[in-house]
Design a protein around this ligand. Structure first.
Ligand SMILES: Nc1ncnc2c1ncn2[C@@H]1O[C@H](COP(=O)(O)OP(=O)(O)OP(=O)(O)O)[C@@H](O)[C@H]1O
Length: 311
């Protein structure tokens, strides 16, 4: 049953984090509605972990503000109970058994749902006596997901939860994550390099590049407002009115320009094609990288696709 969501899941204004003199996030504005599954994507060093760590109060901003479910991160014990965070590499206590983890969860979390935890452990066929250090990567991930969900939080945050899992384990993990978030009526944010995972699970997207928000919005709305215009090499000489070019890539045979604009695109010397999520993300990241390197906002690049976003 969905909960009543009044405050955004995350709301950042001018959010900036520097480690010493090294900028990790710069002047980020974000307003992510609650009740969504949010994919946080970007290349290595884009600031994804930093944003998640700020959101759960492990670190504090250098300047600007961040609110989580309407309150400062980790504002008090009641607020901590509303948020679950699973850090990179699915941390569990290697020397403790599965049952020990559940007992610890029950002791530390006032809203602990022992029935939910117990049912999941049984369904996953995890041996309660097994030490966590002896579990497979997929089982560890499922244990961490179980603990995160049994708190019955309003917001779950995962830092690259499925990166190290094989495709089958990853698929099961993402299916369970979606089911649990829906069952709890919660929001979830997870960072990933794997755009196929994001596409499968997320209905809201945040693209970070160079420590800045490059793109954020509802996935369906973003895909509806972005198109690929295909023209012969060298084109298009002019773009339709009211569209913004994002990025242009060319081969010997054609030029593909990713554009943003609402409404149907008029006929012209171009072919209009829908844009896969992967290409949408790569367009914004390419534009960000080009701007950093100083060669223009909608410069050209070779047509490149990749299932992983890497620098
Ligand atoms: N504790 C730290 N001390 C100093 N610099 C840090 C620290 N944590 C992160 N950084 C730097 O901040 C920037 C952002 O790092 P962050 O880990 O947030 O990126 P990321 O998008 O999560 O990367 P990845 O995908 O590789 O995990 C990087 O330049 C990184 O080197």
């Amino acid at each position: 049953m969905p909960r009543h969501h009044s405050a955004p899941a995350l709301h950042a204004e001018g959010l900036t984090k520097r480690y010493g003199r090294r900028p990790a996030l710069t002047d980020c504005q974000l307003e992510i509605p609650a009740g969504r599954i949010i994919g946080l994507v970007g290349p290595n060093g884009a600031g994804k972990s930093t944003l998640l760590q700020l959101a759960c109060g492990l670190i504090t901003p250098t300047s600007g503000s961040l609110r989580v479910l309407g309150a400062p991160p980790a504002a008090d014990a009641a607020h901590l109970a509303r948020v679950s965070f699973v850090a990179q590499d699915m941390p569990v206590y290697a020397g403790l058994s599965v049952a020990d983890h559940l007992r610890m969860g029950a002791r530390l979390n006032p809203g602990w749902d022992a029935a939910l935890a117990g049912q999941r452990i049984a369904r996953l066929d995890l041996d309660p006596g097994q030490r966590a250090g002896r579990l497979s990567g997929g089982q560890r991930a499922q244990l961490a997901l179980t603990i995160a969900a049994a708190k019955r939080p309003e917001l779950l945050m995962f830092d690259e939860p499925a990166a190290a899992l094989d495709p089958l384990a990853r698929s099961g993990f993402l299916r369970d994550l979606t089911e649990l978030v829906t069952q709890l009526g919660a929001s979830a944010v997870f960072s990933s390099h794997l755009l196929a995972d994001v596409e499968r699970v997320c209905d809201y997207l945040v693209v970070l590049g160079g420590g800045r928000v490059q793109l954020a919005g509802d996935v369906r709305a973003l895909l509806a407002t972005h198109h690929r215009l295909v023209t012969p090499p060298g084109g298009p000489e002019r773009l339709p009115a009211r569209v913004e070019p994002v990025w242009s890539a060319h081969t010997d045979r054609h030029r593909a320009t990713v554009v943003r604009g609402t409404g149907p695109l008029p006929d012209g010397p171009w072919r209009v094609e829908p844009l896969p999520l992967e290409e949408l993300v790569l367009s914004y990241l390419s534009r960000a990288a080009a701007a950093t390197a100083g060669y223009g906002p909608a410069g050209s690049g070779s047509a490149a696709t990749a299932r992983e976003v890497r620098r």
